[in-house]
Design a protein around this ligand. Structure first.
Ligand code: ATP
Ligand code: MG
Length: 660
């Protein structure tokens, strides 16, 4: 009876004070129902960003906000009725946005079918919530629920639920984290307060330990039964190998509200107690850390979804999902409790980061090694490219130098070339002058000599000489013959070299001509020497200069006669029309020419034996003549029984090629 009177009082007195709607001017309405006062930071920022975004989207709605002002569990008797009164007031709401676990629980406890039809967005509440003994929260109450936990989502499905973003605490991961840091842990102490959230957390942990960590013992520091001092006393006396799981500590059994001040009481009571946080409470102050939901501002996202739902056809909901969880650890606490070496997962987010280089190296050693590797590689690359650059520059410099040197050498060579051309011109001029001089001189000598020889012969023919005179005449004739031959030879050679002596081509059979040469020379040969003439073909008709050809043959046979005392001298001729030439040779069985002299005998005045008769011009004339024909003359080195001269005379001339 007393309870009902109190309830009526709440409805009649409190609702008008705590609620404010934006009036009812016939516009459609979105109703926000929050667990706590609208001054609560989360509620306020989310609602205002919802309204801003929704208005920007041109959503033309009224907004009404109702705060249930839920506090400790002692207060729970009024939550459902209070919510019913709120809904009575806002019957016309087009959508309800629930913020906080108590708002969710109270709303989903409503039985009115009209309420259950209204579209609902439920946020910032737990998925699993503690159910109560008694009938204070009738819909949620279910005695058979394991460990006194109820799945809100299951109940909410009886409503027009279009969106549910819930906290699904990762208790299992938290306990595994405790065991990783403190493998000796035997007890888990649950520190939870006298609030629906606190109780729900406590039951969730209890359920998890009973299911999956049966060897762990549970200790309770239960805010429903203890005031803060009693709780601190229990916290202080927790046995060894205990880790604390902090749910929250806001209301104690006396319903005294503690903000952050409770933490100092607990820290002071047992500073070295490892504390892990389920919700994020205490991390950065006295909890080591824990897996916690990734809280994020929702207003904007909810507004867009609400707009889609209410104002467009474009609705893909309902959207039902839990917040993803993150691992948050307090670096100070880890260092203080010497836990930095534990195998900390890499996706951790640190609060109170206070690194020294050692921490960096330990925590990020792989990144460090990788980074160092990359740095070293880049450095090596840089050094290599710098060295290459220097090397290339040096090469370029050397090349430029070499270029300069080459240019200099080229200039010098050009200079020498010019000098050489000048020298050659001079030499040519000298040679020409020399030839002219010799030719003139010889001419000048030959004319008087001819006169001397001629007139001597005339004189001799007119006298009858004595024996002694005859001898002198013989000497005179012999020497004047020699002198005349010398002069003729010099003249011949110089005329050939000065290209004044021309070839005269005529078609003839050379065989009889050469035969007569041999015949005429035979008497000059020594007694035991036979002069032979061999030719495969009976006649060899070619176009050639017969006189000059015979001159070469006479010279060669003359030499052979001079240097052959026994044996034979053979003239051979062979026509080779395919090669357009004749091959002639004069072979003797004489003294031969030493190998080192064989090339030199063609030079002027060069003789093997200085005392032998002759001036040493015969072979020079032969070579010059053969060359004029366009042929070649040489000594056959393979022949060693005397000397063999071989020469070629081209036969590709015709009579019309006679020079003028
Ligand atoms: P020239 O022919 O002017 O009267 P020469 O016979 O001495 O004088 P070349 O005909 O040019 O001059 O010969 C040069 C030298 O080559 C000769 O002095 C001789 O020593 C050597 N010679 C030439 N023909 C023969 C040969 N058939 N056997 C040995 N020696 C030779
Ligand atoms: Mg000779």
């Amino acid at each position: 009876m007393r309870g009902k009177t109190l309830l009526l009082l709440y409805i009649l007195v409190l609702i008008p004070i705590i609620s404010y709607s934006k009036g009812s001017d016939g516009k459609k309405k979105i109703l926000f129902i929050c667990s706590y006062s609208t001054d609560n930071e989360y509620s306020r920022t989310n609602i205002s960003s919802f309204i801003n975004t929704f208005s920007e989207l041109q959503g033309d709605y009224q907004y009404a906000t109702e705060a249930l002002n839920c506090t400790s569990l002692d207060d729970r008797y009024r939550w459902v009725d209070y919510t019913r009164a709120v809904m009575e007031k806002h019957k016309d709401a087009s959508m309800v946005v629930l913020i906080g676990t108590e708002a969710l629980v109270s709303y989903f406890s409503q039985v009115d079918p009209e309420i259950r039809k209204i579209p609902v967005f439920a946020t910032m509440g737990q998925k699993y919530c503690a159910s109560m003994e008694g009938n204070e929260i009738p819909i949620l109450y279910d005695k058979n629920v394991e460990f006194g936990l109820i799945d809100i989502l299951g109940t909410a499905k009886q409503f027009n639920l279009q969106l549910f973003y819930y906290y699904d605490y990762e208790v299992k991961k938290d306990i595994e984290l405790i065991k990783q840091f403190f493998p000796k842990t035997e007890n888990i102490a649950i520190l939870s307060d006298n609030s629906l959230n606190g109780l729900s957390h406590m039951r969730q942990i209890k359920s998890e330990v009973k299911k999956n960590f049966k060897n762990l013992k549970l200790k309770y520091i239960d805010g429903r039964k203890l005031n803060t001092d009693q709780a601190a006393e229990r916290f202080k006396n927790l046995p060894e190998n205990t880790s604390v799981m902090l749910c929250c500590w806001k209301y104690d059994k006396n319903n005294i509200v503690y903000m952050d001040n409770s933490k100092y009481t607990f820290i002071k009571a047992n500073p070295n107690m490892p504390v892990f946080s389920l919700t994020g409470t205490g991390i950065g102050y006295w909890a080591i850390g824990g897996y916690i939901p990734q809280y994020r501002p929702l207003g904007m996202e909810l507004a867009k979804k609400a707009y889609d739902y209410l104002e467009t056809e474009d609705w893909n909901g309902p959207f039902i999902s839990g917040y993803s969880d993150i691992l948050k650890l307090d670096m100070h606490e880890l260092k203080r409790l010497d836990l930095m070496d534990a195998n900390i997962p890499s996706d951790v987010i640190y609060v109170n980061p206070d690194f020294d280089w050692g921490d960096y190296v330990r925590l990020y050693k792989w990144y460090f090694i990788l980074g160092s590797g990359i740095f070293i590689l880049i450095s090596i690359g840089f050094i290599y490219s710098s060295l290459s650059n220097i090397h290339i520059r040096r090469l370029k410099h050397n090349l430029e130098k070499k270029d300069e040197q080459l240019e200099q050498e080229k200039n010098e060579l050009l200079k020498y070339q010019k000098e050489l051309i000048v020298a050659k011109d001079k030499a040519d001029e000298l040679s020409r002058l020399q030839s002219a001089f010799i030719s003139n001189m010889s001419h000048e000598i030959r004319t008087p000599l001819n006169a001397i020889v001629g007139f001597s012969e005339v004189l001799i023919s007119t006298i009858d000489p004595t024996e002694e005179q005859d001898e002198y005449i013989g000497i005179i004739q012999h020497n004047s013959d020699l002198l005349l031959k010398l002069i003729n030879d010099i003249l011949d050679l110089s005329r050939i070299e000065a290209k004044k002596k021309k070839l005269f081509f005529e078609k003839a059979d050379i065989v009889p001509h050469l035969e007569s040469v041999v015949l005429s020379m035979r008497p000059n040969a020594k007694e035991n020497v036979n002069i032979l003439f061999t030719h495969k073909e009976p006649s060899i008709t070619v176009v050639t200069d017969l006189v000059r050809l015979q001159q070469v043959v006479i010279n060669l046979i003359g030499n052979a006669i001079k240097f052959t005392d026994n044996g034979s001298i053979t003239l051979d001729v062979e026509n080779r029309p395919d090669e357009e030439m004749m091959l002639l040779s004069v072979t003797d069985t004489g003294c031969g020419i030493p190998a080192d002299m064989q090339d030199k005998v063609f030079e002027r005045f060069n003789k093997v034996n200085e005392f032998a008769q002759g001036t040493g011009l015969g072979l020079a004339i032969c070579e010059a003549t053969v060359k004029q024909f366009g042929g070649k003359i040489w000594i056959d080195k393979s022949y060693t029984s005397g000397t063999r001269f071989i020469f070629t005379i081209p036969t590709n001339h015709n009579e019309s090629s006679n020079e003028e």
